[in-house]
Design a protein around this ligand. Structure first.
Ligand code: 5RP
Length: 232
């Protein structure tokens, strides 16, 4: 009789990489913490070693709440000069470590905390690994009064941009920074570095969800055969 091991669910893969990320947490230091369902697994794992770290800098109100709930002190980003590591998920990651992020609307604070860190450790299940960025609708945080002109700029590039709505009331979702999110479909992001630079300088763009200038240093990828470590 042969026995087969059931495939791990996406949730189980997220748990695996969340736990694997603990090896990058430096004892005695402050760790940068991202946002999302994969990071939530990391925060769960962090609870087991919370006595070994000074605390965390968080990229969202949601992660701050979770960190405080497990007893991890949360520092303001202005209180720290640098972090050794920032640990966060991604919506897409390619073979060079370039990412699309912001599915959880936290992209601006994620980029700010990532910019403090020496290493960006991306934790993701294998569905996030792509040949080219762009299939996932690209999140862009915008100042509301500029939304329509930014939508037109994306249309001129062949994309379709729509304002993200809040599930609760059907009104535009408001980010932790009081701004709106455009989700842009139909783009092929062939040159992530140039694309990020171009969109970032459009008036009214707060942050574009391409993380190329701040790409991953390492990706812990949850796969059917375990955690694969990709280095970039
Ligand atoms: C939030 C993000 C997340 O890292 C990204 O959306 C991945 O989330 P998840 O781990 O839930 O798949 O960028 O703004």
């Amino acid at each position: 009789m042969t026995t087969t091991t059931p495939a791990l669910s996406q949730d189980q893969l997220k748990t695996l990489v969340g736990q694997a990320a603990l090896q990058y947490v430096v004892p005695g230091e402050i760790v940068g913490v991202g946002t999302g369902s994969t990071v939530n697994k990391f925060i769960d794992a962090l609870a087991t070693i919370k006595g070994q770290i000074l605390g965390a800098v968080s990229s969202s109100l949601a992660s701050t709440e979770r960190l405080k709930a497990i007893g991890v002190p949360v520092f303001d980003a202005n209180e720290v000069q640098s972090l050794s590591v920032y640990i966060d998920g991604a919506d897409e990651i390619d073979a060079k470590g370039y990412m699309v992020k912001g599915g959880g609307a936290a992209l601006t604070r994620e980029k700010i905390v990532a910019a403090l860190a020496g290493q960006f450790i991306c934790i993701a299940d294998e569905s996030k690994l792509v040949d080219a960025l762009g299939a996932f609708p690209l999140p862009v945080e915008v100042i509301p009064m500029a939304a329509a002109q930014i939508q037109r700029r994306f249309e001129a590039m062949g994309g379709q941009a729509s304002i993200r709505l809040s599930g609760a009331d059907g009104q535009p979702l408001v980010t932790d920074n009081g701004q709106h999110i455009l989700d842009v479909r139909g783009l092929q992001i062939r040159e992530p570095l140039a694309f990020e630079s171009t969109v970032n300088q459009w008036p009214g763009v707060v942050t574009v969800g391409v993380f190329a200038h701040q790409k991953a240093s390492v990706c812990l990828l949850g796969t059917a055969s375990g955690v694969r470590t990709l280095k970039f």
